[in-house]
Write a protein that binds this ligand. Structure first.
Ligand code: HEC
Ligand code: HEC
Length: 227
């Protein structure tokens, strides 16, 4: 290849990329009003964004990829947990977090309402599945809203199941992933595992969880519904 051809390829390639880049950028800007639902940007949503910054939530979390990468991206957290679920986490983080820690801060009830409005608004942004982990939550959204607040979900956290099992990408990997355990195992089988893992599988290494019959019933029902 002559030097002239190489230069030509370089200039043409750069020019094509530049035109594409500018064109797509302009196209995105043209759609921003619709993609972000600007009409729903109420005073409460704006106040919620201020609360987000006041408590430095972005020191650990990201929204649309902006912030720090210590804790989960919260762009779609409203889908995962719903209003009550978000409030419960912020009020009592130690109950909901696993091996990673989140500090408890004195966020007032009014601020919490504003924060939830802000996170609801971000959940509705059409972000074309970016940051990418949102895709996996899309189908699970409805069920996950219950995850943060149902009694079964609370037990799952309180009894330390997250130490070995993960749900929706959170948790340990010493035991099987349980996000869709209900489609693999019926209620009765799950209930028996929780009563005595070794009775179901002689090779089992899962420690017997030590649950009361009611707790076992609640947890097994919660898991059987994860499909
Ligand atoms: C010092 C770091 C830190 C700060 C500051 C922090 N968080 Fe968290 N947060 C975490 C971690 C870590 C987790 C996930 C823990 C786990 O389950 O592994 C988390 C989890 C959450 C969850 C549940 C996430 C999910 O995917 O369902 C919500 C909601 C949340 N935080 C909201 C907030 C809000 C709102 C603020 C600001 C008021 C805040 N956090 C400040 C570290 C932090
Ligand atoms: C120390 C790790 C550990 C803890 C804690 C733990 N498990 Fe397990 N679990 C396992 C392992 C490993 C298996 C796979 C079978 C085996 O080896 O026992 C399992 C299997 C299961 C299964 C059957 C899944 C399947 O696909 O066959 C269910 C359901 C389950 N665990 C639920 C729970 C619940 C609910 C809790 C909390 C009360 C819990 N586990 C606590 C390690 C653990």
């Amino acid at each position: 290849m002559s030097g002239r051809t190489a230069r030509l390829i370089f200039y043409l390639g750069t020019l094509t990329s530049l035109v594409l880049f500018l064109g797509l950028t302009a196209d995105t800007h043209r759609q921003i009003v619709a993609l972000t639902h600007v009409d729903q940007l109420s005073d409460t949503v704006v106040a919620g964004k201020r609360v987000w910054h006041k408590y430095n939530c972005n020191d650990c979390h990201t929204i649309l990829g902006f912030g720090s990468y210590y804790a989960p991206d919260l762009t779609k957290v409203y889908w995962r947990r719903g209003a009550d679920g978000i409030k419960a986490v912020v009020r009592n983080p130690e109950k909901f977090t696993t091996w990673r820690k989140m500090p408890r801060q004195n966020v007032s009830d009014q601020e919490l309402d504003q924060l939830v409005s802000f996170l609801k608004w971000t959940s509705d942004i059409e972000n074309n599945d970016w940051p990418p982990q949102d895709r996996k939550f899309r189908g699970a959204a409805g069920r996950a809203v219950a995850l943060g607040v149902s009694p079964g979900a609370m037990l799952f956290r309180e009894k330390g199941c997250f130490a070995c099992h993960s749900l929706y990408g959170t948790g340990g990997d010493a035991g099987p992933e349980l996000t869709r355990v209900g489609s693999r195992l019926p209620y009765e089988r799950i209930e028996r595992v929780l009563a005595d893992p070794v009775a179901v599988n002689p090779e089992a290494t899962m420690p017997p969880p030590g649950l009361s019959p009611e707790e076992r019933n609640t947890l097994a029902q919660f898991l059987a519904e994860l499909k």
